[in-house]
Write a protein that binds this ligand. Structure first.
Ligand SMILES: Nc1ncnc2c1ncn2[C@@H]1O[C@H](COP(=O)(O)OP(=O)(O)OP(=O)(O)O)[C@@H](O)[C@H]1O
Ligand SMILES: [Mg+2]
Length: 248
């Protein structure tokens, strides 16, 4: 089943000078896909993700998620769409310091009027699934970056979104924490069939994905698929990155 379809998407930022950040992007993401978007700085990766996640509007073209065009929705319908269809993970975790980790994770559910017992049940399941049971009662300043990002991923998927979106989810993490967090994304994709699209600069992070879409100067440059191990995929990714630039 097709979860995300992007048709002839263009984005021009207008201002003192106008800038064409995305040019005629076409992309199709199927249920169960696990895709990284890579490309040099300024190539339009965040712009693309922001339009998919409804933070920004396209100049022309359309985004269809689960047969709906979110850019045609307004107000409550748009809020409901975001809550039901999208999960989002940010580079800097975006957990609230005033809440425990467990409270942060169930936050999306509290907005839906779900009963406390149901919330506890879902929290217990996801925490066990992602091996973060031991940090649920801690605060943000008592956990590591890797733990914080794993909690943020738990929060992003607790609603069972149609698609999990992430912008540089390992951008603030060291290699050990990167590995822990990517294992979680991999686990969710493999075992729970969570459709995932992430932007990353890091070939190592991208090597966990099943497919990498490279963009350059606002256009799709190339798409490569994993055919064997993460290690071999990593080597393939490095080759393309060496060609077009984009790793830090
Ligand atoms: N709000 C804006 N107004 C004007 N231009 C913008 C705006 N946001 C981004 N741009 C420009 O659009 C282009 C694409 O930016 P974008 O943030 O999508 O790049 P990126 O691929 O995510 O880069 P990075 O890897 O550095 O995060 C850049 O040239 C940027 O300067
Ligand atoms: Mg960016």
């Amino acid at each position: 089943m097709e979860i995300l379809k992007i048709n002839n998407l263009n984005k021009t930022y207008t201002g003192k000078v106008s800038y064409k950040a995305l040019k005629d992007i076409n992309l199709s993401i199927q249920e169960g896909d696990f895709v990284a978007v890579m490309g040099p700085s300024g190539s339009g990766k965040s712009t693309l993700l922001n339009i998919i996640s409804t933070i920004d509007m396209p100049t022309s073209g359309e985004v269809i998620i689960n047969s709906k065009n979110p850019h045609e929705l307004k107000g409550q319908a748009l809020s409901n769409f975001r809550r039901n269809e999208l999960g989002f993970v940010f580079q800097n975790f975006n957990l609230l310091d005033t809440l425990t980790i467990g409270e942060n994770i169930v936050l999306p559910l509290t907005l839906e009027g779900i009963s406390i017992s149901e919330m506890d049940k879902r929290l217990e399941k996801i925490a066990k699934d992602l091996s973060i049971e031991n940090i649920l009662n801690k605060r943000t300043f008592e956990i590591s970056g890797g733990q914080a990002q794993r909690a943020a991923v738990a929060r992003a998927v607790i609603n069972n979104p149609s698609i999990l979106l992430a912008d540089e989810p390992t951008g603030n993490l060291d290699s050990k924490a990167t590995n822990d967090v990517m294992k979680i994304f991999e686990h969710l994709n493999t075992n729970n069939n969570v459709t995932t699209l992430m932007v990353t600069h890091e070939p190592y992070t991208a090597s966990f994905c099943k497919k990498v879409v490279f963009i350059k100067d606002g256009e799709i440059y190339k798409e490569i698929h994993k055919s064997s191990s993460n290690e071999e995929f990593y080597e393939e990714i490095l080759k393309v990155v060496a060609h077009i630039g984009g790793a830090r």
